[in-house]
Write a protein that binds this ligand. Structure first.
Ligand SMILES: C[S@@+](CC[C@H](N)C(=O)[O-])C[C@H]1O[C@@H](n2cnc3c(N)ncnc32)[C@H](O)[C@@H]1O
Length: 186
């Protein structure tokens, strides 16, 4: 996949990401419960319309929080609508990235999730570097990519880039139709 081929999942297709049947195979309870504490601060990168942000927020208590970041304001608007409708607005902060290259959030996060988004980023190494800087020593970074978009070689390359920065692969959670690696910071 060349850089010029990379296209962002357009916000006009946001509803496809929120399909209720997806919860049967992609519910974060299936692969995150083991690592998530109820007071964690979670960063959901490329959150889209908030499929994961909303479900993770429900797994947190009043001390826990989700920062949901995306580069498309329309996705964040959709998420904000849903979080208000579901009474989760106090647990979720939306964050519009200043650019495709820059995450632009401050602080540290116990869990950082990049679900089906890193392959859409042109400068993956630069993006991974920023992720690493947002992780405390006990933090975890979960990278998940679609098997129906990336070849095993392309996914391996992403993992290699993360390893080059010192991120350590700990486990490969089994997630339907996906490649997944959980990293801890060096
Ligand atoms: C395929 S969607 C996945 C959305 C969500 N993670 C999910 O699984 O439901 C990819 C999302 O990543 C966002 N995205 C792509 N490149 C990005 C970048 N460089 N920075 C921030 N968000 C990005 C897109 O705007 C889109 O909302």
């Amino acid at each position: 996949m060349n850089n010029k081929d990379r296209q962002i999942y357009h916000h006009s297709r946001a509803d496809g990401l929120l399909h209720p049947l997806r919860a049967l195979v992609h519910h974060p309870r299936l692969w995150l419960s083991k690592y998530l504490r109820s007071d964690d601060h979670v960063l959901d990168l490329g959150c889209g319309a908030g499929f994961f942000s909303l479900r993770i927020a429900r797994m947190l208590d009043s001390k826990g929080h989700v920062t949901a970041a995306d580069a498309q304001p329309e996705m964040l608007e959709k998420l904000a609508e849903q979080s208000c409708a579901q009474g989760l607005h106090e647990k979720i902060t939306t964050h519009l990235q200043p650019s495709l290259e820059r995450i632009g959030v401050a602080g540290l996060f116990d869990i950082i999730l990049a679900f089906y988004m890193l392959h859409e980023v042109n400068d993956r190494l630069g993006y991974l570097e920023q992720i690493q800087a947002l992780l405390p020593p006990h933090g975890i970074f979960l990278l998940v990519e679609p098997r129906f978009v990336l070849s095993p070689e392309e996914y391996d390359l992403e993992v290699k880039q993360a390893k080059r920065l010192g991120l350590i692969p700990v486990v490969h959670p089994k997630i339907f139709l996906s490649f997944a690696t959980l990293f801890s910071p060096a």
